[in-house]
Design a protein around this ligand. Structure first.
Ligand code: GAR
Length: 198
């Protein structure tokens, strides 16, 4: 029996792309059910672009600033590229643009996001500082399906860390980031194998 074809994945980034790198590394395993075929950024200077290129992965910049306030025009430009590469699954990995219901609808059940908190706690930005300020004893990261509402949608995998008494925003962020790098490849595996559905 031949193995199922690997799912074609695009990773969307805005910055350094350490989660993107974790996905690229995981997908190097011969039995991983997905391949990273495209890395797309809305920020031309995103550090992750060079990492992707060094791994022989196609990259593309769709600069949102070129579209002014027209978010759907920006997204149509991204959608055209995703169609060219016959993408099956989109992974948002530090992609810092809000997406319209139109774009989310194009990828319903096929678009994942990673968020640096144990959703539904601490949606939005500055999650580590807010977790510390709230006196949380547990914090972590969540991979979820993207729905029109920000940082919502069915959860695929979560990973938790204890908040330590002497934690700073930086130490907590570093521990959570290590969890992110573990759970994002696991979540993508589940979705690519059709084991996790919204
Ligand atoms: C990650 O911590 C990710 O969870 C977060 O941005 C960072 C990107 O780092 N995403 C969000 O805050 C989305 N709202 P990376 O570029 O090294 O993967």
């Amino acid at each position: 029996m031949s193995a199922a074809p690997r799912k074609r994945v695009a990773v969307l980034i805005s910055g350094r792309g350490s989660n993107m790198t974790a996905l690229i590394e995981a997908a190097k395993a011969p039995d991983y059910p997905a391949e990273i075929v495209l890395v797309m950024s809305n920020v031309p200077e995103a550090g992750g672009l060079a990492t992707a290129q060094a791994n022989g992965i196609a990259t593309c910049v769709v600069d949102h600033r070129a579209f002014g306030k027209d978010r759907e025009a920006f997204e149509h430009a991204m959608q055209d590229v995703l169609a060219t590469y016959h993408i099956d699954i989109v992974c948002l990995a530090g992609f810092m643009r809000l997406l319209t219901p139109w774009f989310v609808g194009q990828w319903q059940g096929r678009m994942l996001n990673i968020h640096p908190a144990l959703l539904p706690a601490f949606k939005g930005l500055d999650t580590h500082a807010r977790a510390l300020a709230a006196g949380a004893t547990q914090h972590g990261a969540t991979v979820h399906f993207v729905v029109p509402e920000m940082d919502a949608g069915p959860i695929i995998v979560q990973g938790a860390v204890d908040v330590l008494p002497d934690d700073t925003e930086a130490t907590l962020a570093a521990r959570v980031l290590a969890v992110e790098h573990r759970i994002y490849p696991e979540a993508l595996r589940r979705v690519a194998e059709d084991r996790s559905k919204p």
